[in-house]
Design a protein around this ligand. Structure first.
Ligand code: IPT
Length: 944
């Protein structure tokens, strides 16, 4: 028996036609109904009684799952119910909301508005049914004039967990329900303006609104024109100040009728595609440095306050972003007002995703099988709702300058219904581009205005850039999947975008982690009782953490997007201005030289460099002799905020060091002993590592040093994990359960010569190695390593020596790349220099604990009374946690520091990539060498 909300032909009742967003002023009244409401929850909608006797209380806006009514559920692609459209589960939970509101006087027209309610709502005023709406993230307005009275009124809203529209809202997020955005009443004069459309270009502001009204246009407080208009009015702006994301100039347009005022802030700009398929904003070629934004909050689910949204957008600007895609539904209109004002280009996406159709049949590979014709996108009965969702978005948001593309939704296959949506949009608004990734995937690229792809490789991107088959801008609606430690490729993607005119940039997936905080621990899919299907921590893929704090990946994106690129050759520094509308003279440019990490004098300049131009500077520097290196550093700042930093190595001569004579070693059956002034070391002949290093009477080691090749796998390592770890009885090298074997260990010419191997459980050794250790009379340990990795072995997470030091080593200093953690494909966020740190600062609070804290290009690491040194540099890692502990934990409260300091002195660590959703790690970032030679020294710092 079909229920009313399962009827795809009945998706609204008495809902007003969509109109441009405004909150009317003047004589009109705005009554925000946010706050405490009465609430009653029912497991089945059929149990809701005529009269509800027992009420709880709930805050509006909110998600009821976060108030103890059901648990959250995270599912990405799978529908959380059978895929049997338009039917939803028979037991359909229902939340009933009720509150009173006062109308001081009954006059004019009265409207009720929802900005977001999931999944659908039945509205009642004073116990009389008003209407019905679905489309969770779209505005819904009802005329309630006939239903209200002067004085106290009652509003009741019945919200269902599911309706047929839920099939169109299969976005990859925590599934929530309730009135989750503002809801309010407007009281307006009879004969008020309905809709307003303001179409600007570079010169004109063209206003369309039915009937007569008074219009005024002002700029920065100065009134430019004030007049009466009838239906349409065009104003030619003298010396127009154009809007762009860098300089978001806005004109104030006010329309008045019947004592009511409607205010709009309008940006003048044009959007075009050049004959080279560049994206032109006001005629200037622009690259989109974007990110995908979901509304998400670690305590409040889908509810973000205006302040929180503003903070997100301001952080994006700080990170040099200029673009946001509203994935995968429209935001509250206030978000768009903020984008206009703060300056961000927007890809505005409507509330459609039907990804779950991929999984409607068992054993069918991941593909969009559109030929089956049973996807909503290709089923005609769903066409009305597709077009309507597009229409509701376009009509609501049409006046925002920030919106440069309309998007038909996400991952829904591609069918006639998309074509109908696109046709409608083209007819309605031809000033913006139309985005439909589904069209590009289906190779019907000309249905949309941009060729849009997600998660393609560098090679595929370059191919799209050069092929003559794609005659439109190429855009990555999703790339650089920012899950966990990463993204490891964002800089390189941007280098490629910059290289080809046709590549207009893209949006990183995604802005922030989606989690639910429970007792201080971030929870994700599978953590909640009653989840019938879940996708684990795949929702924790943000470029910033859920509390909006930054990680190294955040800084890497900032570097990828930064306003300058520099290069340095023969003492000449070139600075290229990547901005599109801003001269670099609006910033301070500073450079300085660092010798062995010691900062030279800073020179701050005001560089007059027009957008897309380069300037060259002679850097005064004469080659010096030093120990670690010489670097030229630059920084770009504005009002105390840093927007860019770059670094270039300068030439230098290395100080000669005199090698000390060798110490005479002694041995017994299992050990080799080395002692001198202020030090005593013990080396195990059977384990092949140091078991004790006493300096000035203090033991430095808390365990035996050893070689290892494993790292606590990152989210992006997930595909490699079966090949590295002991997770499968046939696939892996089992590096996480590795055994060291020493075949030979002798003293020869005062040196320890050792032959050994490393093997995963059940496996043939993966590594055979020779080690030569010389200890000098002063106690310096010189370690030389030559290893061969089994030819048929896959590429490895890392290779290096692990030391377990006592707690005194918790605070340390180093000369290398920092302070942010860095990996071979995520290193632009960190520069080489002298740093101080400690184990607590090295820890990175990834929702799912994993490998973190690597530093590359390290020439000195000083902890406790030991100093690790290498002229060639090594990669190091200092942690409170063992690799094993980090690898086992699934949540942050499952980590157990053992009180020791775990130090890795690595020959190499593989890059991070973004393979959790993106392409495999490119070969050049994999540690896949089969023969390795490396050396380092351990100097003891005993008091002279
Ligand atoms: C793709 C989706 O568009 C996005 O919503 C999100 O799921 C993201 O990537 C992964 O986090 S889905 C992917 C399976 C291609």
């Amino acid at each position: 028996m079909m229920r009313a909300y399962e009827n795809i032909q009945f998706t609204s009742e008495n809902r007003k036609s969509p109109r441009s967003y405004y909150i009317p002023g003047g004589c009109s009244q705005y009554l925000l109904l946010n706050g405490e409401w009465k609430f009653a929850y029912f497991n089945r909608d059929i149990d809701v009684p005529e009269k509800i006797k027992q009420w709880d209380k709930i805050n509006v806006p909110s998600c009821w799952q976060l108030y103890g009514y059901e648990n959250p559920n995270y599912t990405n692609i799978n529908y959380p119910y059978p895929c049997d459209p338009p039917y939803v589960p028979t037991d359909n939970p229902c939340g009933v909301y009720e509150r009173e509101f006062e109308l001081e006087k009954k006059w004019g027209k009265v409207y009720y508005l929802f900005e977001g309610v999931s999944s659908c709502a039945y509205l009642y005023i004073n116990d009389t049914y008003v209407g019905f709406t679905q489309g969770s993230h779209l505005q819904a307005e009802f005329d309630i004039t006939e239903y209200v009275k002067e004085g106290t009124n009652k509003v009741t809203v019945k919200v269902l967990k599911w309706c047929c529209g839920s099939y169109l809202e299969d976005q990859d997020f925590l599934r929530f329900n309730g009135i989750f955005r503002d809801t309010y009443i407007l009281q307006r004069p009879f004969g008020h303006i309905e809709d307003v459309e303001i179409i600007p270009n570079k010169k004109n502001i063209h206003i369309v609104s039915e009937g007569a009204c008074e219009v005024s246009i002002a700029f920065e407080g100065e009134v430019l024109v004030q007049t009466q208009m009838e239906n349409e009015f065009t104003y030619e702006v003298e010396n127009p100040v154009l809007w762009n994301a860098e300089k978001p100039a806005l004109y104030d347009v006010v329309l008045k009728r019947e004592g009511e005022e409607l205010k709009f802030r309008i940006g003048l700009r044009t959007i075009e595609v050049s004959n080279q398929y560049e994206l032109l904003i006001n005629g200037m070629s622009v690259k989109l440095h974007g990110v995908n934004h979901h509304d998400t909050h670690q305590y409040n689910g889908w509810c973000q306050t205006d302040e929180e949204l503003r903070k997100d957008l301001l952080l994006m600007k700080e990170l040099n972003m200029n673009c946001v895609r509203t994935a995968h539904y429209p935001p509250t209109p206030k978000f768009m007002e903020m984008c206009d004002e703060i300056g961000l280009y927007v890809i505005c996406e409507t509330d459609i995703e039907t990804h779950g159709f991929l999984r409607r049949l068992p054993n069918v590979e991941y593909h969009f099988d559109m030929d089956s014709n049973d996807w909503p996108a290709s089923t005609l009965e769903w066409q009305g709702e597709h077009v309507e969702r597009m229409e509701r978005m376009v009509e609501t948001f049409k006046n925002y300058a920030s919106i440069i593309m309309w998007s038909t939704g996400n991952e829904s296959g591609h069918g006639v219904n998309h074509v109908a949506m696109i046709r409608w949009t083209r007819n309605r608004d031809n000033s913006r581009l139309i985005h439909c990734e589904d069209a590009s995937r289906k190779q019907q690229i000309h249905n949309a205005d941009v060729y849009s792809r997600m998660y393609i490789t560098f090679e595929e991107l370059e191919k799209a850039a050069v092929t003559k088959d794609i005659c439109m801008p190429v855009f990555l609606c999703e790339y650089s999947h920012a899950m966990g430690n990463g993204p490891g490729d964002v800089y390189e993607y941007n280098e490629i975008f910059d290289k080809y005119p046709k590549l207009i940039g893209g949006c990183i997936w995604e802005w922030t982690d989606h989690v639910v905080m429970v007792d201080g621990v971030a929870k994700y899919g599978g953590d909640f009782e009653g989840e019938l299907t879940n996708d684990g921590n795949f929702c924790c893929d943000g470029l910033v953490f859920a509390d909006r704090s930054f990680k190294a990946g955040t800084m890497e994106a900032k570097a990828a997007f930064q306003p300058i690129r520099t290069s340095c050759e023969d003492g000449v520094l070139s600075v290229y201005n990547r901005l599109d509308f801003t001269n670099l003279n609006e910033y301070d440019f500073t450079y300085w030289v660092e010798v062995d990490g010691v900062k030279g004098e800073e020179v701050t300049l005001n560089l007059d460099v027009a957008p897309h131009e380069t300037v060259t500077l002679e850097i005064p520097y004469t080659e010096t002799t030093c120990q670690y290196g010489v670097y030229l550093n630059t920084r770009l700042t504005k009002a105390d905020k840093e927007y860019a930093q770059t670094q270039h190595e300068l030439s230098y001569k290395v100080e000669e060091t005199v090698s000390e004579a060798s110490l005479t070693l002694t041995e017994d059956q299992y050990h080799i002993y080395a002692s001198g002034e202020g030090f005593q070391y013990v080396f195990s002949k059977i384990y092949g590592g140091f078991t004790s290093m006493i300096v000035d009477g203090v033991e430095q080691l808390a365990g035996t040093s050893k070689f290892s090749m494993f790292r606590a796998t990152t989210d992006n390592d997930a595909k490699m994990r079966p090949f590295w770890a002991n997770v499968n009885i046939w696939q892996g090298e089992n590096l996480d359960c590795a055994f060291t074997k020493v075949y030979e260990c002798d003293i020869c010419d005062d040196k320890i010569l050792l032959k050994g191997s490393l093997a995963g459980i059940s496996r043939k050794p993966v590594l055979l190695y020779d080690m030569e250790i010389r200890i000098t009379v002063g106690g310096t340990v010189e370690i030389g390593f030559n290893g061969k990795i089994r030819e048929d072995a896959t590429w490895m997470p890392r290779l290096g020596m692990e030391f377990t030091l006592t707690e005194q080593a918790s605070a340390f200093s180093y000369y290398g790349r920092g302070p942010w953690e860095n990996y071979c494909d995520m290193s632009h966020c960190a520069s080489i220099g002298a740093y101080e740190s400690d184990v607590d600062s090295e820890y990175v609070n990834y929702v799912y604990p994993q490998e973190h804290g690597n530093h590359m290009n390290v020439k000195r690491l000083t902890l406790g009374k030991l100093e690790f040194q290498s002229e060639d540099g090594f990669e190091c890692n200092v942690s409170k946690y063992t690799i094993d502990d980090l690898d086992r934990a699934k949540h942050t409260d499952e980590l157990h520091p053992d009180g020791n300091v775990h130090v890795r002195i690595d020959y190499k660590v593989s890059g991070l990539g973004t393979a959790s959703c993106g392409p495999d790690l490119p070969e050049k970032y994999r540690f896949s060498e089969k023969e390795v030679t490396y050396r380092f020294k351990i100097v003891n710092l005993h008091k002279e």
